[in-house]
Design a protein around this ligand. Sequence first.
Ligand SMILES: O=CC(=O)O
Length: 358
Amino acid sequence: MISTGPKPKVLHLGNVDHAQAAWSALGELAELVESAASNRAEFIQECKDGKLDGVVAIYRTIGSVVQTGLVDEELLNVLPSSLRYIAHCGAGYDQVDVHACSARNPPVRVSNVPTAVDDATADVNMFLILGALRNFNTGMNALREGKWRGQPAPPLGHDPRGKVLGILGMGGIGRNLKKKAEAFGMKVIYHNRRKLSDEMSAGAQYVSFDELLSTSDVVSLNLPLNVSDFHFQKKTKYTLTLTSLKKNTRHIIGKAEFAKMKDGVVVVNTARGAVMDEAALVHALDSGKVFSAGLDVFEEEPRIHPGLLSNQNVILVPHMGTWTSETMLAMEEWTIGNIRMALEVGKLKSPVPEQADL
Ligand SMILES: O=CC(=O)O
């Protein structure tokens, strides 16, 4: 808790594009500082030169990975010793090594943005389900090429009504999606680390992972890319792969899982690309095992697997799940709210689950 003396410093990594009022108001409580770095090497040097000393909290966006790279052990080793909080402006915080944050002495507490992202992400999820079931991509591309529906016309799509939607990961987005899918007449089953209370699951049937795979007409991936107990292996400055096989969700859907699915299944992902083995998806699409797919996220963003780009049965969205002004505003305000609460009462509003007991 900080109440007297000079204002604590808050470092801003990435943009505050919408919540300027909340950000300015935070300025009454804290000194808002910026980094002059344009890449990770410069950022590390800035830290080593003591230019960010005194920073207590960091506001960071997903896009700030271009400036700093991943928040991993290497970065945590040079970030100022005054740092206590990282408020991440996003639901998925796989860019932040929470275990390395917890291991620092004293720990760096991390928050994310649940809830505020649910509606917009579930909307895109439903758009992808409908687009993939109806195979709209083929006709839409043909139309732009001046070929009306194309020659031959795309195969007939499928109605959502009466189809089984298997939601893997029944968090806020999964539960929001359930309501939307039910309005389209889908029957919802789910698998989650823990079975939800009757109130939370609201009639969705809990099934085992294998049962979800084998009985769903549409499989929707709504689980976090889980970064517990493993090491980052940087692939590009934007992405990472996770190397340990323990307790993580990387490639939770791969060759073996596709084999267990119904023939002609539809697969949709708005979570993180790396929860699914993209090469295995391409293979399953090519073989006809998967009828169509709807993807908002990719393993190595912004790179897209060529087998997805060339496949007309895949509807592709460039990670726009939360891309609305209302949701962006809500996310930024939520993130600033986390910093404000940390400075005022010494606690984050929405700590990440891994640090719930810290
Ligand atoms: O991908 C978007 C988010 O994690 O909020």
